[in-house]
Design a binder for this molecule. Structure first.
Ligand SMILES: [Zn+2]
Length: 383
């Protein structure tokens, strides 16, 4: 037995110390070294993955809002994130090692994803709670007063005048504010050289087209298109090249009235205007007609209304006259009727033009016309 053992040992020594044996030994040690390196690398990766899981877990618990959560998602799961960096190293692994590491990496990814989702739900809930708390309505607080708009004094009185005339069987007619010279002047017996044109200087668009200076232009339109009997009023804006002061404005409002029928006289005019003023200023109101001249009426009159301040006795408002000048009126000039194709031997009519601002100023005791156009809230909210 002793001999046999020696033989074996010496053979082994031979093998070991021969060149072939040395090669085997070195090769075995290299393989062993490589195997150990791989094992260390895999252990390293496992450790890194676990470290990522632990770090994500720790950081997540400190996250308080959606922005920080998003930053964390990018840090761990993003394209340049920690987990992706580890997964990029998977290429170095063998076919046997890869599934093991893959599984672990997936576990870590799933863990982080689920933790982020849970945190997201919690943040949403907290944000909702905070919003509900901050948006609580105190129903015991006094409400905020909403101010209601109201009609402009010009509109109030215009509506009132319209109602009065509609009640007397009048219709409401409308006409253009941009007008031909013919309708504004010539057809109203104001030929181009008529001196009365100077008192009604206006804004010209061309030599022939202008901004109307009076609502009387609507009379002509109505008579051209409608046969008598005619009973219309036409409220609207008119324009004159006047400087602004307490009683003048380049834009103001008129209400034109026109009646054409058989047997219309000055008495009808006076009766109609008296009715208007009594409805506007009360049943005791009186009017007075003074002879005047307008090119488009014959005879013509200025109509004064009894002063509401002194009832005709004379005061500061009426400059001791007892009456206040309010409008112009008269019987429609036969030339105007004929110019519109109405036979002046059969028909007659009256017309009047009322300055709306003047009526409003008398009505509310307003001393300056500019107040009506300045749109001062403090002024307007009184109506
Ligand atoms: Zn007076």
């Amino acid at each position: 037995m002793a001999l046999g053992k020696w033989v074996v040992t010496s053979k082994l020594c031979l093998v070991l110390f021969s060149g072939q044996g040395f090669f085997y030994a070195v090769s075995w040690r290299i393989k062993n070294y490589i195997r150990q390196r791989r094992e260390r690398m895999i252990d390293d990766m496992k450790e890194q993955l676990e470290a990522i899981r632990a770090e994500a877990d720790a950081e997540l618990s400190a996250v308080k809002d959606a922005k920080a959560l998003d930053a964390l998602r990018v840090k761990f799961l993003g394209k340049k994130g920690a987990l992706t960096a580890i997964l990029k190293q998977m290429g170095k692994l063998t076919a046997e090692e890869r599934p093991v590491m893959g599984q672990l990496a997936n576990e870590v990814r799933t863990f982080i994803e689920e933790a982020i989702a849970a945190k997201q739900t919690e943040i949403t809930r907290l944000e909702m709670q905070a919003r509900l708390a901050s948006e609580t309505i105190d129903v015991t607080l006094p409400g905020q007063k909403q101010s209601l708009g109201s009609l402009h004094p010009l509109a109030i009185v215009e509506n009132e005048i319209k109602e009065i005339f509609l009640g007397m069987g009048f219709e409401i007619a409308d006409g253009p504010e941009v007008e031909y010279d013919y309708y504004n002047f010539e057809a109203l017996n104001l030929p181009p050289d008529h001196p009365a044109r100077d008192t009604q200087d206006t804004f010209y668009i061309t030599d022939n087209i202008l901004l109307r200076t009076q609502t009387s232009s609507v009379q002509v339109h109505v008579m051209e298109n409608q046969k008598p009997p005619i009973r219309v009023i036409s409220p609207g804006r008119v324009f004159r090249s006047d400087a602004v002061d307490a009683t003048h404005s380049p834009l103001f409002h008129q209400i034109e009235g026109l009646v054409v029928d058989k047997g219309i006289t000055m008495a009808d005019l006076k009766g109609t205007l008296e009715m208007l003023m009594k409805r506007l200023y009360g049943p005791d109101c009186k009017i007075r007609l003074r002879p005047h001249h307008f090119p488009f009426t014959e005879p013509s009159a200025e109509v004064d209304v009894m002063c509401f301040g002194c009832m005709g006795k004379g005061c500061r408002i009426c400059k001791n006259e007892g009456y206040i000048e309010l409008l112009g009126a008269g019987m429609v000039h036969p030339k105007v009727l004929e110019g519109c194709g109405i036979d002046s031997s059969v028909y007659s009519g009256f017309a009047f033009g009322l300055g709306l601002e003047r009526v409003v100023m008398r009505r509310y005791n307003i001393s300056d016309m500019r107040l009506l156009f300045e749109n001062d809230y403090r002024f307007l909210e009184q109506f």
